[in-house]
Design a protein around this ligand. Structure first.
Ligand code: DQA
Length: 153
């Protein structure tokens, strides 16, 4: 059975490749997600992707993901720093999620160092650039493996 993974990207991440290339990767979102989906993980995965510039669209997609995915990987973009709606949607979804930032948010403006998602994420990956989503999936698969071992005990 394949592990079902949903990658979610928020506002402005569709602009990767042209957006602030001194801070963000020069690759496009499609290229980065394509590489994460094709990576040879230690177990079979099915990776779906959703990007929206709209908070409501992201919340709708997260609501639909409840019970349908084993793992979420979320780069909420600027919404990370203030969207309680997104936080509540992720809590209601109940699937473990990794919070991802391509840039190192802790080395940027003070308002970016605040996340309303980090304390409910199972991990935070920040500053790993193009490898970010792949690393988040590797960490998520390890978590699922650990959880299933604990269940069997
Ligand atoms: C980001 C960091 C956020 O502060 C910013 O608003 C983004 C992208 C990142 O991937 O580094 O849009 O989440």
């Amino acid at each position: 059975m394949r592990v079902k993974i949903l990658i979610i990207n928020g506002p402005n991440l569709n602009m990767l490749g042209v957006r602030e290339t001194s801070i963000y990767p020069q690759a496009t979102l499609e290229q980065i997600i394509g590489a994460a989906a094709e990576y040879k993980y230690e177990m079979p995965v099915k990776v779906d992707h959703f990007q929206s510039n709209h908070e409501g669209g992201l919340i709708d997609r997260i609501q639909q993901a409840r019970g349908a995915y084993d793992l979420l990987v979320v780069n909420a973009g600027a919404l990370t720093h203030y969207s309680i709606g997104l936080r509540d949607a992720l809590l209601a979804c109940e699937a473990p999620f990794a919070e991802v930032h391509l840039s190192n948010i802790f080395a940027r403006e003070p308002f970016r160092r605040v996340s309303v998602l980090s304390d409910i994420a199972f991990c935070v990956i920040s500053g790993a650039g193009e490898a970010s989503y792949t690393l988040a999936i590797i960490a998520g698969l390890n978590l699922l493996k650990k959880k299933s071992k604990e269940k069997k005990k």
